[in-house]
Design a protein around this ligand. Structure first.
Ligand code: GAP
Length: 511
């Protein structure tokens, strides 16, 4: 399926089955804001539980936090967000549309990359098994010329951004002949910096002194609580604080469904370590995080690390874990070695010491921090895009199935009486009553059994339990498995333990 098609299909499937709705849809929606529906909420909660269990429950030196979204405005001065959390924006004077200058340039580069990919695909077809992609990239004149062009653009853009030369960024857009993607117009304004934080005002205070911000990351709530948690939890370095919560960014362009939103959720963990040990912890967390992803079996080939070449001023190492979304490989999670930057800055701006007394070293120091930060909404999209499949079955019929890992599936089991009579619904409801204490289940007695299976496939339910006339005689039911569609006859008193074993998060956490 073409990647563009997949994103469109995910959007409509999500809406049709109650995973994700456009926000305030009855008023025609609000750009880049989405609501999670009845199944989306379950999936989101399951992803959160998996993350929380892996990060907090499975690490005795990591604890949780739920800090407030509003923070003292000085927080953002100290963290650098007030002065430097900007994107370069450019307006088109004709269409009145606003774009990120860096994205316009990136998209231009992506078009050249697509031409290279096309050349490679053609050559692959021509040479078959004998094709050596590395050699082709290194020797084919067309590819070399295009790669040189890409490198030149990237170098110019980096040089301009390094010294904040926004005129040079505009010049690059003009030189590359970049046009408004919607209208083709080249009538651009100058490039200027745009701060991504949302501003609001505290209730009773007017004027500048009342200005506060919606947090653009959850991490700062962890930094400012570092000593509170360390002291009350008697934590010893190395230790971590984890948090799941909303973050807000006034993204200039927010599109691609739930990939880039203005209100989103992060799952972040700051790991406080002894200065000098940050490299080993950075490597440790890179490995732990990719293990967490791989346990879900969304396809190891759908992940890759992207090391940051240009590091933020506070980092001494950083990488993204990228996922193969329908729009291509894009950032899903970041692992950052943030040095002692944040704690030191908060010490400076608050005038309070944020240091740890190390009993082994017999001295105080400001710990270094290794952070893991994953967008919950992006993880949701990753799960959905890997899970969505349209299949042609042996009998010629078709089904759409979400192969969501059973531990994350919104509905774990559906209980289906074969007929709406003869005592079958009553028996089915008995089974349901037992299962729903532990699992999110559905009961469905409407339509032919085949159609009911399709409905459950489409929402990713891993198991369907069918109650038929034999059930009343032999106290057994059929369990149908979503992916293989195989059906097993099992005793009713075994159903709970079978479902429990197969949808358990243990299977993920023990890997
Ligand atoms: N505390 C570090 C931090 O916030 P980041 O790379 O800016 O780092 C971390 O964000 C993660 O948050 C990203 O990897 C991404 O998954 C998610 N994220 C960032 N901006 C987002 C947006 N506008 N919409 C959805 N998710 C976003």
């Amino acid at each position: 399926m073409a990647q563009d098609d997949l994103l469109k299909k995910l959007i409509s499937h999500s809406k049709e089955y109650g995973f994700v709705f456009p926000s305030s849809e009855i008023y025609d929606g609000l750009s880049a804001a989405y609501d999670y529906g009845q199944l989306g909420t379950e999936l989101k909660n399951n992803i959160k539980s998996y993350w929380w269990a892996a990060m907090v429950r499975m690490h005795e030196n990591i604890v949780g936090l739920d800090s407030s979204i509003f923070m003292h405005p000085m927080t953002w001065k100290a963290s650098g967000h007030l002065d430097a959390f900007n994107d370069p924006l450019i307006d088109n004077k004709d269409s009145k549309k606003r774009y990120r200058a860096d994205v316009l340039i990136e998209e231009h580069v992506a078009k050249i990359e697509a031409k290279i990919d096309k050349d490679i695909a053609k050559a692959k077809k021509r040479f078959g098994d004998a094709f050596d992609e590395t050699q082709f990239r290194e020797t084919n004149p067309n590819v070399l010329r295009r790669q040189q062009e890409i490198d030149g653009i990237n170098a110019k853009f980096k040089a301009a951004m390094d010294v904040e030369d926004l005129d040079a960024v505009k010049q690059l857009i003009v030189d590359l002949d970049i046009t408004d993607p919607d209208t083709g117009s080249k009538n651009w304004t100058d490039v200027r910096q745009f701060n991504l934080m949302f501003k609001t005002e505290l209730g009773a205070v007017s004027g500048d002194s009342g200005v506060i911000y919606l947090r653009p990351e959850t991490a700062q709530g962890i930094f400012v609580n570092f000593l509170n948690v360390q002291k009350t939890g008697r934590m010893k370095v190395p230790f971590g604080i984890a948090q799941i919560g909303k973050a807000f960014r006034n993204e200039i362009i927010a599109r691609q469904f739930i990939f880039r939103m203005r209100e989103f959720e992060q799952m972040e963990m700051q790991f406080f370590v002894k200065p000098g040990t940050q490299k080993e912890w950075y490597d440790y967390w890179k490995e732990q995080r990719i293990k967490w992803h791989n346990a879900l079996r969304l396809g190891a080939e759908n992940y890759r690390f992207h090391d940051h070449v240009k590091l933020a001023h506070y980092a001494d190492a950083a990488c993204d874990i990228e996922f193969n979304f329908p729009m291509g490989f894009k950032e899903l999670e970041g692992v950052h070695s943030r040095t002692d930057f944040d704690l030191t800055r908060h010490e400076e701006y608050s005038g309070k010491k944020l240091q740890y007394f190390d009993p082994e070293e017999n001295k105080n120091y400001v710990p270094y921090v290794v952070e893991t930060s994953i967008g919950l909404d992006r993880m949701f999209l990753a799960v959905l895009s890997a899970a969505y499949q349209e299949e042609k079955l042996e009998d010629g019929s078709e089904r759409t199935v979400l192969r969501i890992p059973p531990a994350l599936a919104p509905v774990k089991a559906a209980v289906l009486p074969l007929l709406k009579k003869d005592g079958l619904p009553e028996k089915a409801r008995e089974i349901l009553a037992d299962l729903q204490v532990d699992f999110n289940c559905q009961y469905d007695e409407k339509d032919a059994i085949g159609r009911r299976y399709r409905r459950q496939d489409a929402i990713g339910t891993p198991y369907c339990i069918t109650v038929d006339h034999d059930t009343l005689e032999d106290h057994s039911v059929t369990i149908r498995e979503r992916d293989s569609m195989t059906q097993d006859r099992v005793a009713i008193d075994k159903v709970h333990s079978i479902i429990a074993e197969r949808v358990s998060m243990r299977n993920l956490l023990k890997q």
